[in-house]
Design a protein around this ligand. Structure first.
Ligand code: NDP
Ligand code: DGY
Length: 330
């Protein structure tokens, strides 16, 4: 028995994705799609059942693709496409061992994420959420010389942890604000960035000690897990502002809380937390000097649609054994 339907490859999609990507998958004619067609995350049992016997998997950063999921998928799984540039939710060693290819979504979300990082930095350093609340609750009684003062970028030193695509894009956006010096850390110096941004590659300690603004834009890997901890915050200036738009686990949140409460640093802005969503009783949410956003770095309509198209095309190319538009080199 050979029907066209039998020859279609089988794909599992873990969430309802933006319409542009959905259309690419539907119109490709190379795969049959089973999908968790919801805005809400897939329960683990449904994920394990859904991936069984599939050739391809399109997942989100909120899906942990670990050994259990890969075992449940079985040997037919050839390609995983994640709707994200970050891939810390994928068990890369296991995936590599099984010869599975991985697609991801770099570059196309860099502008949106850099823009949000700048917005978060300004909102945090100039105390925008706190100010808005004061207007609404009657706290705005008159113009006062030192009321709602914050910290400005002009003449400042900005330290960037991870001067990758997003880190550089943030730096280029901040330069016109009059930043005087850029410092950065990472695995390797970036001579091109050093020329254009005049950015200095420095040890982490020096970055902590000398920066007025610390911005975290590195990827989450074992070496960056908990990198921003008590030791790090103690080295920062009391007037400095800390911003994280990478992954929550780069920061030790208990240590950050202490640093904010004890005045070791002035303020923090986080687009990413551990866990996500952050429980509403988390102590960080009680602090006026901590601005927390719900992981919206890439959240523009056009970026999310473009991400979904790229993720769909990565998946299709992987299924067909072709070059993916954006394949992660494992
Ligand atoms: P890149 O790969 O271009 O940049 C990653 C950076 O992390 C590089 O500068 C790299 O340094 C640095 N890095 C990697 N390993 C280490 C290490 N061991 N120590 C110090 N630095 C390290 O990625 P992108 O800029 O495209 O994205 C970065 C991250 O941002 C993503 O992985 C994701 O987690 C997060 N992200 C968050 C979004 C949000 O919505 N908030 C949106 C998009 C991304 P080096 O160059 O020296 O290797
Ligand atoms: C990513 O792509 O890694 C972000 O966290 C969401 O766009």
């Amino acid at each position: 028995m050979t029907s066209a339907v039998q020859q279609l490859m089988k794909v599992f999609v873990t969430r309802r994705i933006p319409p542009a990507g959905q259309a690419v998958l539907a119109q490709a004619g190379v795969c049959s799609i089973q999908q968790w067609d919801s805005e809400e995350p897939i329960p683990q049992a449904e994920l394990l059942a859904g991936v069984a016997g599939k050739d391809g998997l399109l997942c989100l950063l909120s899906d942990r693709i670990d050994k259990e999921v890969l075992d449940a998928a079985g040997p037919s799984l050839k390609v995983i496409s994640t709707l994200s540039v970050g891939y810390d939710h994928l068990a890369i060693d296991e995936i590599k061992k099984r010869g599975i290819r991985v697609g991801y979504t770099p570059d196309i979300l860099t502008d949106a994420t850099a823009e949000l990082t700048v917005a978060l930095l300004l909102a945090t350093s100039r105390r925008l959420p706190e100010s808005v609340v004061e207007v609404k609750n009657g706290g705005w009684t008159t113009w006062k010389p030192l009321w709602m003062c914050g910290y400005g970028l002009s003449g400042s030193t900005v330290g960037i942890i991870g001067l990758g695509r997003i880190g550089q894009s943030v730096a280029y956006r901040l330069k016109p604000f009059g930043v005087k010096r850029f410092l950065y850390t990472g695995r390797h110096p970036k001579p091109e960035a050093a020329v254009e941004l005049k950015a200095e590659f420095v040890p982490l300690d020096k970055l902590a000690e000398e920066s007025d603004f610390v911005i975290v834009t590195c990827s989450l890997v074992p070496e960056t897990q908990g990198l921003c901890n008590q030791d790090f915050f103690r080295k920062m200036k009391k007037t400095s502002v800390f911003i994280n738009t990478s992954r929550g686990a780069v920061v030790n949140q208990d240590d950050l809380y202490e640093a904010l409460v004890n005045g070791q640093i002035a303020a923090a802005g986080l687009d990413v937390t551990t866990p996500e969503p952050l429980p509403t009783d988390n102590p960080l949410l009680s602090l006026k000097n901590c601005v927390i956003l719900p992981h919206i770095g890439s959240a523009t309509y056009s970026t999310r649609n473009t991400m979904s198209v790229l993720a769909a095309n990565n998946l299709l190319a992987g299924l067909k054994g072709e070059n993916m538009p954006s394949e992660l080199r494992l």
